[in-house]
Ligand binder design. Structure first.
Ligand SMILES: [Zn+2]
Length: 363
């Protein structure tokens, strides 16, 4: 009798115990779902022996670091976000190492923060995603940001075959990077929209180019150019606590919206208000033939910046390279007035020749 009762109690204990185990498995698995961390790697450009640009006396490496830390601080307070930095102080970090930090952490997003410079009074904020090649102006920015490679030890081994001066030397995007492109464009446009509409910074748009630091990562990645330190007014703003806080706010709010959209699985770049994703170029073809002619203006009736491209055994001569269709029409008039009466407009998308009609539609 006693035996039996004990058995009954044992069974009850067992049932309660099993129920408890089942319940805790259920709880822990649901909490795993709830606690999924989004790992965001924030990369402050330059650092240490590489000051970045020094436009109007402000150091890019310092501003990039302050904004990067401020972005991280704003994001780290969120329960489901884990923030990592490629540098938290004034140290030199190789470009490949920056990507490596993100890859090792299996990060969900990589944001590299920089400031631009120019010989003119140019200003405004822009956001870049990786692209095979962009236009000449973007290439200049990519070249500046990539130039740090030469300060690294053994750079020739680490960046095999990569010619920082030539967009053409780039073999192509890896499949993975292409898969990331939609997400990269989505976060880039959210950031850029905040810069433009919330902060009223001049919109230099979302653009694609070949930034080495973005090539090193295997997750959605963007590179932000906060503004131009060479522009006194913008440099002063970016160097101020207020400016840094506002720019960091614009970036961190964009990241939160991006993560929100990820959760809802509604990431798309259909709401991108920025058109300049593809680099479209117009040119005037003024001549073609078997003769290789030096592209000096005196050889081309005074036309400057003539470009020669070899096509098989022939050479084509182009003039008036621009992304602006109105501008190329003006250049066509100029070319005709100089005597190139049969000159005509040609168009290229990402370096590939396309019809002018198609190019106008993309613009
Ligand atoms: Zn930079």
């Amino acid at each position: 009798m006693k035996f039996q009762e004990n058995d009954k109690i044992n069974t009850k204990v067992k049932i309660i115990f099993l129920f408890f185990i089942g319940f805790s498995i259920l709880m822990s698995s649901s909490s795993i779902v709830a606690q999924k961390d989004y790992v965001i790697v924030i990369d402050a450009g330059h650092g240490g022996k590489d000051p970045g640009n020094l436009g109007s006396g402000y150091k890019e490496k310092n501003i990039a670091l302050k904004v990067a830390l401020a972005v991280g601080k704003k994001l780290a307070i969120k329960k489901d976000i884990k923030v990592l930095y490629t540098r938290k102080n004034d140290v030199f970090v190789n470009l490949w190492k920056r990507g490596d930090v993100a890859n090792q952490a299996k990060a969900d997003l990589f944001i590299s923060i920089h400031c631009d410079s120019h010989t003119s009074n140019a200003y405004g904020a822009g956001t870049f995603v990786l692209g095979l090649r962009g236009n000449k102006k973007n290439l200049e920015i990519a070249k500046r940001e990539n130039a740090v490679i030469f300060k690294e030890d053994n750079y020739k081994d680490k960046y095999k075959g990569f010619d920082t001066n030539s967009a053409e030397s780039v073999i192509g995007l890896s499949l993975l990077q292409e898969e990331n492109l939609d997400k990269s464009l989505a976060i880039a446009s959210l950031i850029q929209n905040n810069f433009t509409f919330k902060l009223k910074r001049l919109n230099r748009k979302v653009k694609q180019d070949n930034f080495q630091v973005l090539r090193e990562t295997i997750m959605p990645s963007v590179l932000v150019e906060l503004g131009f330190l060479t522009n006194k007014k913008e440099g002063r703003y970016l160097n101020s606590k207020k400016g840094q806080d506002q720019m960091a706010g614009a970036i961190s709010e964009a990241v939160l919206k991006y993560i929100h959209n990820l959760k809802l699985n509604v990431i798309s770049n259909t709401d991108i208000t920025i058109k300049a994703v593809h680099s479209v170029e117009f040119k005037i073809q003024i001549a073609s033939g078997k003769n290789k002619i030096a592209t000096k203006s005196f050889n081309f009736k005074g036309l400057k910046n003539v470009q020669r491209v070899s096509v098989g055994k022939f050479y084509k001569y182009y003039y008036g390279n621009t992304a602006d269709y109105k501008q190329v029409k003006k250049s066509l008039k100029t070319a005709k007035s100089k005597g190139y009466t049969s000159a005509f407009i040609v168009a290229f998308k990402d370096g590939e020749k396309i019809s002018v009609q198609e190019a106008v539609k993309i613009k």
